[in-house]
Ligand binder design. Structure first.
Ligand code: C2O
Ligand code: CU
Ligand code: CU
Length: 503
């Protein structure tokens, strides 16, 4: 069955307001043939953003936040948002130690912000909900890079609008390189053997528009889609060399938790967590990433014959399995790729005894009235959920500072996802300003794929996770929140203020 015919047929026969799932491989009884008909679109690789500065010590960029249109489906136009384009944004690449300046121009008819997720920058340039850029306005952040090579990202963060704006396409990668990433014998030519994969699921209306509704269920479980985009394309194909390839994977979805694997079950090697390289490559055959988390992996196609294809499968927490994309091995390497280094970096592990304070956070879905989740009260943007999704019993208030942290101190944050029989929701915790390290999950050291610098951590219902971090260099107000964007937008967020003197 041809893809177009299938979708059109779907309109005729299914009286649904959203496009019927196609290319979703249900765990049972899926129709594989349909999806296999796709995979002809070359994977779009976001362009590297041009550095407008002539001086190597500085980097200067221009980002324009704009509306656009894209045909995700042939003959159907989707209204989108993008940075310097119609969907997603260019990849910003900088070096550790560089001074960075960005000119942001918001051409939208609504406010936005540009948050540098994972970057350690002064609070005033963090781009959180306190740094709004009004419709038509400009914002000119300037900061220096003070952290090692990593795959970070940028996205909007205006109060109550984050989920919707990200959904429409506002997200881009922010890559830091340094001497170590230069010297390691790993693939590092962007767009040739080093590729970003921004993975996002989406729902569409029958007219092609994004179906970003927010029902009660959507807020509680997150807006989970039934189509999978990789770098903004449905069922793309990536032509790869017959050797090692590096994939910088971002779970760019709003609220999905992905388990990512190859259809042939092959092993691959994780080399980086959210905040940079791990000490040693970690051998995996599936990779678990919650919304906002990143990992870099190395896949070796040396044993794949030319023209052979391999699929990437993505499982979502609701049981959907997507055949996300295919890789086609198209050309031999002139020389075989080098063995993966045994050691990548030495991580500066923060000893637990360095902590001067432990803070406790309980993430909770509070029931309102009589212990039941009322099925009423859903009246559009931001009206639901006040008082329902909480951290330490509180819903986000931008006029309230929830925690005060001493500059240059080290702290342990112990985060518990208190779940009930009624509400078994996963949450994550993301901290601005810092990269932390996970000490343990329910008292057990984290699995190898989480050993490294992290800024976002998934916390399953009932689980307690302890993380440790140093609060250095900058004072000011930063956010901590669940990175399931529908939870964040409904108040599962708080503010910590780094102060140089206890007040
Ligand atoms: Cu990626 Cu506060 O967010
Ligand atoms: Cu962030
Ligand atoms: Cu949450």
């Amino acid at each position: 069955m041809k893809r177009r015919a299938f979708i059109r047929g779907g309109f005729a026969t299914l009286g649904l307001t959203t496009l019927a799932a196609y290319g979703v491989l249900q765990k049972t009884g899926f129709c594989y043939a349909g999806a296999a008909d796709g995979f002809t679109t070359p994977l779009p690789v976001p362009p590297l953003l041009e550095n407008l500065s002539a001086d190597s010590g500085t980097a200067s960029f221009a980002l324009r936040v704009q509306r656009g249109k894209r045909n995700f489906f042939q003959g159907l136009s989707t209204s989108t948002m993008g940075y310097n384009g119609d969907y997603l944004g260019p990849t910003i690449k900088v070096r550790n130690g560089q001074q960075v300046r960005v000119k942001v121009n918001n051409t939208l008819d609504e406010q936005t912000t540009v948050h540098w997720h994972g970057l350690h920058v002064p609070a005033e340039w963090d781009g959180g909900p306190r740094q709004t850029i009004k419709a038509g306005g400009d914002w000119n952040p300037a900061f220096s890079i003070k952290q090692p090579a990593a795959t970070l990202w940028y996205h909007p963060h205006a109060m109550g609008l984050t989920g919707e704006q990200v959904y429409q396409g506002l997200a881009g990668l922010f890559i830091i390189e340094d001497e170590i990433s230069d010297s390691l014998e790993i693939p590092k030519t962007y767009g040739v053997d080093d590729f970003p994969l921004v993975i996002q699921d989406r729902r569409f209306q029958r007219d092609g528009g994004f179906a970003y509704a927010r029902s009660m269920m959507d807020i509680m479980h997150g807006v989970l889609g039934n189509y999978l985009l990789v770098n903004g394309a449905l069922w793309p194909n990536l032509a790869v060399p017959q050797g090692k390839v590096r994939l910088r994977i971002l779970n760019g979805s709003n609220s999905s938790i992905y388990n990512i694997a190859f259809a042939d079950g092959r092993e691959f090697y994780q080399i980086a967590t959210d905040g940079g390289f791990q000490e040693q490559p970690v051998t995996l055959n599936s990779l678990f990433l919650s919304a906002g988390e990143r990992a870099e992996i190395i896949v070796d196609f040396k044993d794949n014959p030319l023209q052979s294809k391999t699929s990437l499968l993505v499982d979502q927490q609701n049981g959907y399995r997507f055949e996300a994309m295919q890789f086609t091995v198209v050309h031999p390497l002139t020389e075989p790729s080098a063995e993966l280094p045994k050691t990548l970096v030495n991580i500066d592990w923060i000893p637990e005894k360095e902590s001067v304070n432990t803070r406790y956070f309980t993430m909770e879905t509070m029931s309102m009235g009589g212990g039941r989740m009322g099925m009423m009260g859903m009246r559009g943007r931001g009206t639901m959920g006040r008082g329902r999704l909480t951290i330490n019993g509180k819903n986000m208030d931008i006029n309230r500072i929830d925690e005060e942290v001493q500059l240059d101190s080290t702290e342990i944050w112990e985060i518990n996802n208190r779940s009930t029989m009624m509400m078994n929701l996963p949450h994550s915790m993301h901290l601005h300003d810092v990269q932390f390290q996970i000490l343990d999950r329910d008292g057990t050291p984290p699995p190898p794929h989480e050993r490294g610098r992290k800024d976002t951590v998934l916390i399953q219902p009932g689980e307690t996770v302890r993380v440790i971090s140093r609060f250095e260099d900058y004072t000011g107000v930063y956010m901590y929140h669940c990175h399931l964007l529908e939870h964040e937008d409904n108040g599962m967020m708080g503010q910590f203020k780094v102060v140089s003197q206890k007040t």
